[in-house]
Design a protein. Structure first.
Length: 234
């Protein structure tokens, strides 16, 4: 595929707007948001948000669904989430937090968060590192799920976990924008996050992409992957 400069420039122009970027980043939690919720998140008027959202949908970054009078929007695909994560990584360090609340929010996000449908942050990177160290994933000659890794995921989520999806790779990495190291993405990254949430090993923090590992999760990940508990935040 040949990338056209015009297409790259158009995409960059769309995401250069702070309000559009804020709405896209809000959708990195993997949920569908209403247009009104996204307007409030970006702190802009509803008509202004509608114009921005129409452009993002038209560019293929977002998709929409209508239920009654509500318009729901979500990221168009995991590839869009990966693009946003990579752009955040390339953008350098975030601006210094200006209040105790923003410091705490930033700390929570850096510790553990969702990146669309998989786990990111320090916890996500530690899990990926443990899988490599434990021989579940090989990285010496490309990214490869080992025989031990196939058994591990089958034990965790059943044989259907290894069913090859039609629209995305089974295994891939995503460069973490806070850790600047890879975490697990792809279909198996999504499987892992679903299992962690379903088993109450991680718990979403209200109103945020951040997640919190539970005491049961600390114990389980220690048993399954040899991961030591994270230091608690204050």
């Amino acid at each position: 595929m040949i990338l056209a400069p015009e297409s790259v420039a158009r995409l960059a122009g769309l995401l250069a707007d702070r309000s559009r970027a804020a709405m896209c980043l809000a959708l990195m939690d993997g949920r569908a948001w209403t247009a009104g919720e996204l307007a409030g998140h970006a702190d802009i008027a509803a008509p202004t948000a509608t114009g921005h959202l129409n452009q993002l949908v038209g560019a293929g970054l977002l998709v929409e669904e209508r239920q009654g009078r509500h318009r729901y929007l979500r990221l168009a695909s995991p590839d869009v989430a990966t693009l946003l994560e990579h752009l955040a990584t390339a953008g350098g360090q975030a601006a210094p937090a200006r209040s105790l609340r923003t410091v705490r929010v930033a700390s929570d996000l850096a510790r553990a968060r969702t990146c669309y449908d998989h786990l990111a942050g320090e916890l996500g990177v530690r899990i990926f590192d443990a899988m490599v160290t434990g021989g579940l994933i090989a990285v010496d000659d490309g990214l490869l799920l080992t025989t031990a890794g196939r058994s591990w995921f089958t034990d965790l989520a059943g044989p259907e976990a290894l069913g090859r999806p039609k629209t995305r790779p089974l295994l891939r990495t995503c460069l973490d924008w806070t850790e600047r190291r890879p975490h697990l993405a792809g279909a198996l990254g999504a499987v892992l996050l679903r299992q962690l949430v379903a088993r109450s090993w991680v718990r979403p923090r209200p109103g945020s992409r951040a997640v919190q590992i539970t005491p049961e999760g600390e114990l389980a990940l220690g048993e399954l992957l040899g991961i030591l508990p994270q230091p608690t935040s204050h």
